[in-house]
Design a protein around this ligand. Structure first.
Ligand code: PEP
Ligand code: MN
Length: 333
């Protein structure tokens, strides 16, 4: 249950009530909120004097629920770019899987500028499935992204692989990415909750929708209102494609949560050949953004080589997606 305390309930009292009601205490605009487990039994009448409003829930999708906040949260990236809200934007996010060199990330940045893409995405700390593959450039990669931000006026999204470098990534990026394999990492979720920066939370490929949104609840209840969900494919019995893009899950998230949703067809299929068709399906569904991996020469990419689009493939797709977005009443930005 989410309980809005009366505005006159001061910090110390709110904290005391938080302990007594075994709840998370969250500072809102001008009042405190307590969030209890949805399993909490009825609250003793003696607390009524402190309570302004209550929102009961059947499960622990609470702050993220449309029953608490109707519509879709607006995450402001720049004065003119918002993800979610009432703008009906489909925000394009692109870039290589990994920052590999200054030359490579410069070329990717120039592609963004050419097409009017505002958000550049690349990993500096890469969560790989083998210790023997490229693990990312680390801090040097973050500094290159920072250089691109200043030089080209782009916003940067990059991943926190583990909490040991969370503060570095928070310093150098505009949107923090939590990867599929890190979705359950409470050190990262908590650091993102305190960061004050927008967070793109990817769904773990073995996570149910309930677990996915509960991971978002860790960030929201940690004091960060700016969470974006990202569906990037789940593991099924199918092996011909790398993962299975769960569009049914996306329909559920759109219906029941107030969080903007970005789709990542690149990681879902794992092969460049399907990215264009999937992207069109995603945009046609009316989602808040797309994340597509691009590389100046995918065949030599140090990670996710099979799925990245080359620049001409991306240019062609980008032009087609503008039309699809328009057809469903959205604007591609
Ligand atoms: C990535 O975005 O490059 C990545 C590693 O994705 P995921 O966490 O979805 O596997
Ligand atoms: Mn990748």
């Amino acid at each position: 249950m989410i309980i809005h305390l009366k505005p006159e309930v001061a910090t110390e009292k709110a904290e005391q009530l938080g302990v007594e009601l075994e709840s998370v205490v969250l500072k809102r605009d001008g009042f405190y909120a307590l969030i209890t487990s949805s399993k909490m039994k009825p609250i003793d009448e003696k607390y009524n004097q402190f309570i302004a409003e209550r929102f009961p829930f059947d499960d622990d999708i609470q702050l993220a629920s449309k029953k608490y906040m109707a519509g879709v949260r607006e995450i402001k990236i720049t004065d003119s770019v918002s993800i979610g809200g009432k703008h009906n934007n489909t925000v394009m996010i692109t870039g290589p899987c990994s920052v590999e060199s200054e030359e490579q990330i410069e070329q990717c940045s120039e592609l963004c500028v050419e097409l009017g893409v505002k958000v550049l995405r690349a990993g500096a700390y890469k969560p790989r499935t083998t210790p023997y593959a490229f693990q990312g450039m680390g801090l040097a990669g973050l500094k290159l992204l920072d250089k691109m931000r200043t030089k080209h006026g782009l916003k940067i999204i990059t991943e926190i692989r583990d909490s040991t470098h969370a503060s570095e990534v928070i310093e150098y990026s505009d949107i923090l990415q939590i990867g599929a394999k890190a979705m359950y990492d409470h050190g990262i979720l908590k650091a993102c909750g305190k960061s004050g920066k927008p967070v793109l939370l990817k769904r773990g490929f073995g996570a149910t929708l309930q677990e996915f949104v509960q991971a978002a609840e860790f960030i929201l209840s940690g004091g960060n209102d700016q969470v974006i969900l990202c569906e990037r494919g789940i593991r099924t019995f199918e092996t011909k494609t790398r993962f299975t893009l769960d569009l049914c899950g996306v329909a559920y998230l759109k219906q029941y949560t107030n969080l903007p949703i970005i789709l990542d067809p690149s990681h879902a299929i794992g092969f460049a050949y399907g990215v264009a068709d999937l992207s069109k399906a995603c945009v046609a569904m009316g989602v808040d953004g797309l994340l597509i991996e691009t590389h100046p020469n995918p065949s030599v990419a140090k990670s996710d080589a099979a799925q990245q689009l080359n620049f001409n493939q991306f240019r062609e797709l980008h032009a087609q997606l503008n039309g699809v977005a328009k057809a469903v009443g959205r604007t591609m930005i």
